[in-house]
Design a protein around this ligand. Structure first.
Ligand code: GAR
Length: 199
């Protein structure tokens, strides 16, 4: 592949997944990083790597917020939209303007423990295994077609911090690999079915 494919990464927090994506650029380039929070440390990671860093402030109106985010993404001309610790739900307009082009990473084996605090919920439930899911984004929270999952064992002495740290180790390997496969056209989605095929 000659020219890298431009992607956007949407963040809200520390941005360790963004960092992993930045560190593995090659087939793709992180052209722009969008945060709903002006104080997100992820923005600094973006700037340090030479990516555009844009804040789109949450005003309490999901449709308006989605519209403004989509305008930023369109202006940036990105082919893929990669949610990495982005804690806002995008409205229908995002799926219409970027159909099958938005992906998310979630720290559980979906459909178990969707939504916020997935690691704490898994510990409270007492599961012996949790993990990481990368999936296409649809209008429901943590619900779209699943692209890849990696299991992570829950150890007897785990707390949220230790378990999330081991989950994140897996996230940082899995997410760049999935984004690489997406931009190479190796992943196809049809309904809920996701197929990987080498070009
Ligand atoms: C990641 O573990 C990601 O899976 C999770 O937030 C963390 C962000 O970390 N996302 C969700 O819970 C989405 N429902 P990071 O900012 O260091 O990448």
């Amino acid at each position: 592949m000659s020219q890298p494919i431009d992607i956007a990464v949407l963040v809200s927090g520390s941005g360790t997944n963004l960092q992993a994506l930045l560190d593995h650029q090659g087939s793709y380039r992180v052209a722009t990083v969008v945060s709903d929070r002006p104080d997100a440390p992820a923005l600094e990671r973006a700037r340090a790597a030479g990516a555009e860093a844009v804040v789109v402030t949450w005003t309490g109106d999901r449709d308006d917020f989605t519209h403004r985010v989509c305008d930023v993404l369109e202006r940036a001309g990105v082919a893929w939209v990669v949610l990495a610790g982005f804690m806002r739900i995008l409205g229908r307009e995002a799926m219409e303007r970027f159909p099958d082009r938005i992906v998310n990473i979630h720290p559980s084996l979906l459909p178990a423990f969707p939504g916020a605090n997935a690691v704490a919920k898994a510990l409270e439930y007492g599961v012996k295994q949790t993990g990481v899911t990368v999936h296409f984004v649809d209008e429901e929270v943590d619900h779209g077609p699943i692209i890849a999952q990696v299991p992570v064992e829950v150890l007897p002495d785990d707390d949220v911090g230790t378990l999330h740290a081991r989950i994140q180790q897996q996230e940082h390997v899995l997410y760049p690999a999935v984004v690489d496969a997406l931009v190479r056209g190796e992943i196809r989605v049809s309904g809920r079915k996701v197929e990987w095929r080498k070009q």
